[in-house]
Design a protein around this ligand. Structure first.
Ligand SMILES: NC(=O)c1ccc[n+]([C@@H]2O[C@H](COP(=O)([O-])OP(=O)(O)OC[C@H]3O[C@@H](n4cnc5c(N)ncnc54)[C@H](OP(=O)(O)O)[C@@H]3O)[C@@H](O)[C@H]2O)c1
Length: 349
């Protein structure tokens, strides 16, 4: 007898969750669940969220090797597959960490993630950061990897070739970049055999990254929005006094009041209407259910959606200080603010 995966009574009807189509032709749910513990949430807590998330309708899970919880999430997925959840209904994503960029290690890391996540293949696999610069969990804002270097396009492409091989080997269906900028993406697009299907980037109303967002879309790359709620519990190293809170902006407050929802719901309605896939994290059932419901209920009007454009504050929250190299001036150097890549003279190729 065919087993049917049992959903909660108040689950969202999965068929109502919008989907986007990737440049490979694959479909991806318009919202996913994040799993980065931000040095606060234990792997066990987040695996429980995934367990509950599947029962309320999440079918996209954003994982990463460095989150150190893939084995726990994999146990939850294995149980769900055993109970009748169809593997093809799921979109499972992971990322290769910065100390595993060499081609052999890309393959090993990917195989390890597949084994840990018990998912046979990955629907999405990202290069987590475009640098080989590593940091340990719980790093402080001043911690630096002594061997850190600025972006090297040759090294990145060596890693990207290994990512392309994963697709050819059938281990991964879609490959993606994360934490890149337009100057880096231009070079990657110039030299890639398989162009990225997705670009995972920080996206929330106070940090809309309009140019990179549009550049990605124009090149057939789907933006995946991380920290979509403004990551209020991000690691301490990523908090500064100048950061804005999306939830406190008067427009977000006003819309939340109008729809009788938390401002998080407005962030998510906006994200999906804009054409990006938000991947909010929540450790509480009430919140992750509300987040899913937000995108199937009460869409924003065109005017409300447009009004959120003015919430932009260029407030990057995940600044990345810990990836800086000796001689770099500040975290802006990671993000090619003036349109050039610091430390890269363009003559490597
Ligand atoms: N590619 C990358 O480099 C990168 C970087 C950062 C993050 N990510 C991915 O993006 C995911 C999301 O980012 P994030 O976790 O930093 O931030 P986020 O999703 O913007 O915010 C998560 C926080 O919001 C709270 N929250 C969630 N729903 C809520 C609701 N309805 N009402 C009130 N509070 C709510 C959660 O608290 P509760 O637990 O109490 O609900 C949690 O602390 C990560 O988990 C990870 O998968 C990727």
């Amino acid at each position: 007898m065919t087993k049917v995966f049992k959903m909660d009574k108040d689950a969202v009807d999965v068929s109502l969750i919008p989907q986007f189509i990737l440049n490979t032709g694959d479909r991806i749910p318009a919202i996913g669940m994040g799993t980065f513990g931000s040095d606060r949430y234990s792997g066990e807590v987040l695996a429980e969220s995934v367990r509950g998330g599947l029962r309320v309708g999440y079918r996209l899970i954003d994982c990463a090797q460095v989150y150190a919880n893939e084995h726990l999430i994999g146990a939850v997925l294995a149980e769900a597959f055993e109970e009748g959840l169809d593997r093809s209904e799921m979109f499972v994503m992971s990322k290769v960490w910065n100390n595993n960029h060499s081609p052999e290690k890309v393959l090993e890391s990917c195989q390890q993630s597949i084994e840990d996540l018990k998912c046979e293949y990955l629907d999405g696999y990202f290069v987590h950061w475009p640098f080989r610069n590593h940091h340990e969990s719980f790093a402080d804002i001043d911690d630096r990897d002594e061997n850190s270097k600025p972006y090297s396009h040759n090294e990145f492409m060596e890693t990207w070739r290994a990512m392309e091989d994963l697709v050819e080997k059938g281990l991964v269906r879609n490959i993606g970049v994360s934490n890149v900028t337009i100057p880096k993406l231009k070079l990657i697009l110039r030299d890639a055999k398989i162009i990225p299907a997705m670009n995972e980037m920080e996206l929330h109303p106070c940090f809309q990254q309009g140019e990179l967002f549009q550049y990605s879309l124009d090149n057939g790359i789907l933006p995946i929005g991380y920290a979509p709620l403004g990551s209020p519990n991000r690691p301490a190293r990523d908090k500064t006094e100048d950061d804005y809170s999306d939830w406190d902006h008067p427009i977000m407050q006003e819309l939340a009041k109008k729809y009788s929802v938390h401002p998080s719901a407005i962030c998510l309605k906006w994200a999906v209407k804009r054409g990006q896939v938000p991947i909010p994290l929540s450790s509480t059932r009430k919140n992750y259910l509300a987040n899913l419901k937000a995108i199937v209920e009460d869409p924003l009007t065109a005017r409300e959606y447009s009004s959120i454009r003015s919430v932009e504050r260029n407030s990057r929250l995940i600044k990345g200080h810990v990836f800086l190299w000796k001689g770099a001036l500040d975290w802006e150097d990671l993000w090619d603010i003036d349109g050039t890549i610091p430390g890269w003279n363009g003559y490597e190729k």
